[in-house]
Design a protein around this ligand. Structure first.
Ligand code: SAH
Length: 370
C-alpha cells in the first residue's frame, strides 16, 4: 500500500482525509516497542524507526533500508508518519522563520525557528488557541479549540528542522507558542521525551524550556516528572490586583501560590527559574512595579526575562518607549535582580504567538502553492 500522504520532512503536501492509520508520532517508544513485539520484531527496531524520522529526516517507511522489507510494508499499512503540513511561512531578515501548520482537522497552529549565532531555537505550540485569556495576547482571543496530540507537537519540530541547512542541528526548544503547555502536560511531556532522546532530536532537557501562565498542580506534576527542564513562569505583574487584570486565571490562583509552586520546582530540579514579564506601556512598566518585583524576586534564584510588548492588531496595548524600558531595567538591576531584556526578534513577522494565524493572508506567503 502506498502512502496517501506523500510528504517528506522538507515538503508540504495536502493531507488525505479518511485515512484510518494511526499517527506514528503519537506513540511513545514503549508503545512502538509493544507494537513491534506483537509483529514479532525486536525492541531495537523502535529506535531505528525514530532515528530515521528525526535524525535522518525520512518520512517514508520504504526508505528505511535497515528494516526488513515485510516490516516496512506492515508499518506503512498501520501508520502515517506525518499528518500536518506547513500551510504558510514567513521569513524575517533577522533569521527568524515562522510557520503556520495545518492540522488534519483543518485547525492551525504556529511555530517559529530562531537563528542566533550557532543557536537554532524553536518555539512550539501546545494547543490550538488558548484558554488562559491573557488580555494582551493574540493566541487566546478566540479561546481554545483543543489540545495538540504528541505527534502534532513533534511535527512542528520536524517541519522547523527541515528549514535548517545541511549540517545544522536544532539546539534549543521553547514551549512558548500558542496554548498553555501545562494544560496539555502529558502530550507535551511525551513529545519532549522524543525531543531529548538520543535517537530523537537529542536535545538536552537543559536546553528545553516549558513556559507556563502558572498552574500550580501541573507545576507540581512537572516537578515529579524529575526531568530538569527549564521552567519559565509568565508573571507580568508583581501583585494580585494587576496580575488578575492581565492574566485572568490568576483570580482563582493568586500570585503567592504560583511563586510557591515555582519554588517547589526549583527545590526539586535545581534549575534556575525564569520569570517572564511582558512590558506594557503605562500598565506594568512603572517604577512602582519594578520596585515590587525586586521585593518579590530578590530572595529567589531567578532570571527575569522582560519582553517589550509586541503589539497585536485590535488590542489597546502599546510597547513602552525606550526611556521607560531603560528606567525599569535600572531599578531591577539596582535591586540585584538578574534581568534579560529580550529583543523583539521576528517582530516584523508577527512572531508573538497567535499573530500570524490571525493576520493570515496579509503577510504570510502560502507554501502550499509553491
Ligand atoms: N501559555 C504559556 C506560553 C505561551 S506564550 C505562558 O503563558 O507562558 C509565551 C510568552 O509570550 C508568555 O509569557 C506570553 O505572555 C508572552 N506573550 C504573549 N503575547 C505577547 C505579545 N504580544 N508580546 C510579547 N509577549 C507576548
Amino acid at each position: 500500500m502506498s502512502l496517501p500522504v506523500v510528504q517528506d520532512a522538507k515538503g508540504a503536501a495536502t493531507v488525505e482525509t479518511g485515512d484510518s492509520r494511526r499517527h506514528l508520532l503519537d506513540l511513545s517508544l514503549n508503545e512502538l516497542q509493544q507494537w513491534l513485539a506483537k509483529a514479532g520484531q525486536p525492541k531495537f527496531r523502535a529506535r531505528q524507526i525514530v532515528h530515521w524520522v528525526f535524525q535522518r529526516r525520512v518520512a517514508d517507511f520504504s526508505q528505511m533500508s535497515d528494516l526488513p522489507k515485510a516490516l516496512r510494508q506492515r508499518l506503512d499499512e498501520s501508520f502515517r508518519i506525518l499528518v500536518t503540513s506547513s500551510s504558510a511561512s514567513v521569513a524575517s531578515s533577522d533569521g527568524t522563520d515562522k510557520l503556520l501548520v495545518r492540522l488534519p482537522d483543518g485547525g492551525e497552529v504556529e511555530c517559529v525557528l530562531l537563528r542566533d549565532g550557532t543557536r537554532r531555537s524553536i518555539c512550539v505550540s501546545s494547543q490550538v488557541g488558548c484558554a488562559m485569556g491573557c488580555v494582551f495576547c493574540a493566541s487566546g482571543l478566540d479561546g481554545v479549540d483543543r489540545n495538540l496530540t504528541t505527534g502534532e507537537i513533534l511535527e512542528q519540530m520536524l517541519l522547523l528542522q527541515a528549514r535548517l541547512a545541511e549540517g545544522e542541528r536544532l539546539s534549543h526548544i521553547v514551549m512558548m507558542g500558542m496554548g498553555e503547555p501545562l494544560a496539555n502536560l502529558d502530550r507535551v511531556l511525551g513529545a519532549l521525551d522524543v525531543a531529548r532522546s538520543r535517537d530523537g532530536l537529542g536535545i538536552s532537557p537543559r536546553r528545553i524550556t516549558i513556559s507556563t501562565v502558572g498552574l500550580p498542580p501541573a507545576m507540581d506534576r512537572l516537578s515529579k516528572a524529575g526531568v530538569p527542564y527549564n521552567l519559565a513562569v509568565s508573571l507580568h505583574a508583581p501583585n494580585d490586583s494587576l496580575r488578575s487584570e492581565l492574566v485572568p486565571v490568576n483570580r482563582k490562583i493568586g500570585i503567592n501560590a504560583v511563586l510557591d509552586a515555582a519554588d517547589r520546582y526549583f527545590d526539586s530540579c535545581g534549575r534556575r527559574l525564569t520569570f517572564e514579564y511582558v512590558l506594557l506601556g503605562g500598565i506594568n512598566d512603572r517604577e512602582k512595579e519594578a520596585r515590587e518585583l525586586v521585593k518579590l524576586l530578590r530572595s529567589r534564584t531567578v532570571m527575569l526575562n522582560v519582553i517589550p510588548y509586541n503589539p497585536v492588531a485590535g488590542l489597546p496595548y502599546v510597547t513602552p518607549n525606550n526611556r521607560a524600558i531603560a528606567e525599569f531595567r535600572k531599578t531591577l538591576e539596582q535591586g540585584g535582580i538578574n534581568v534579560k531584556f529580550r529583543q523583539r526578534k521576528g517582530s516584523e513577522i508577527d512572531a508573538a504567538c497567535g499573530q500570524l494565524r490571525r493576520n493570515r493572508g496579509s503577510t504570510a506567503s502560502s507554501d502550499r502553492d509553491s
